[in-house]
Each structure stands twice: as C-alpha cells, then as structure tokens.
Write a protein that binds this ligand. Sequence first.
Ligand code: AMP
Length: 193
Amino acid sequence: MRIILLGAPGAGKGTQAEKLVAKLGVPQISTGEILRKAQQEQTELGKQAGQYMKEGALVPDEIVVGIVQERLKQRDCQRGYILDGFPRSASQAEALDVTLQEMQDQLTAVISLKVPEDELVRRLLSRRREDDNKDVIQERLAIYTQQTKPLIDYYRSHRLLDEVDGQGSVDEIFDRIMSTLQRRQTASQAQVG
Ligand code: AMP
C-alpha cells in the first residue's frame, strides 16, 4: 500500500502514520522527521533546512524532493509506505508523480484528515516543538492553506482522495482510516473481477 496522509499541521498525520506502520508493516516516511534529525545531527542538509523550519516556511523542493526520491528507492519501501508531510505543494505532487511513474508504482490512496482550525491551534500549542509557537503556527497554517490544501482537489481529480474526520480519539480516527482503505480495496477488487 502506498498511502499519502494529507492534512494541516496538527491534524494527526504523524500519530496515524505510526499506527498504520504497525498495522500494515510498511515504513513511515516523514519529511519533517528526516529534516529534524538532520538538524539535530547538524549535517549540511540540517543546516540548510533549519532556517526555513524555524520560520515555518517550506524547505525548498531541491532539498525535499531528493530526500523522498532516495528514500522510496530503499528496499523496505518495496511493499509500500506511508508518506507523512510530503507532498506539500503542487510542484512536490508533480515530482512525486514523475518518480512513481519511473518506478512503475501507483498510489493506493490519499487520506485527507479534516480538523477545524481552532482545534489545530489547540493541538499545536500543546506540542511544545520549537516551531510550535504562536507566530510560527500561524505561518505554517497559512502555508498549508495556500500551498498544500489545493492538493485535496488535485488528488480528488485523480480519484485517489478519501476524506476522513480527524476529530475524536486516536483509535476512532484510525478505525475510520482503516474502513476507508478497506472500501477502496474492495472497490478495486470488484473492478478487476
Ligand atoms: P512537519 O513535521 O511535517 O510538520 O514538518 C516540519 C517542518 O519541516 C515544516 O514546517 C517545513 O519547514 C519542513 N518540511 C517538512 N516536510 C516538508 C515538505 N514536504 N516540503 C517542504 N518543507 C517541509
């Protein structure tokens, strides 16, 4: 299964990705986590990305797209993966399409987690990450609206989108995601049959 988790900062992508990893046995690819690790290790990549992350801006495609392309080629991704935090813009979605075509792979589903903005802010303020202070949160939400939200329509037009209510308990949300994935699988089997 090749799944994209789409959603605003604080929508629960990371939490749900971890549960999907445990259930489906495929790796989670979180560009945010990869970049934070690089920052902690003070690698060249980390230094380049650091300033953008601190301001809540998107790290340039030249950096992020390369990271994902390399990661998707690794052996543990052969059976699938959960993309968490990538793609985040139209240009990243297009780059991913090209990469998937080259690898002769197809996405299984794009799950969009829907959470109202006041709830997002409440969750982000309780996280205490360096880029989760009030000003940076506003910037990240604005960037989400401008750059990432349009991907909902992009994937809907590719018939890959499933919208899931991202409010409630972690387990409730996970159950909704699993039912959505099961419906999709049943539908695709019916098509083949
Ligand atoms: P996240 O953990 O997904 O909220 O990402 C934290 C920060 O890492 C973001 O605010 C961006 O600065 C950067 N980042 C993560 N993923 C991407 C991406 N796909 N494109 C650009 N920047 C990203």
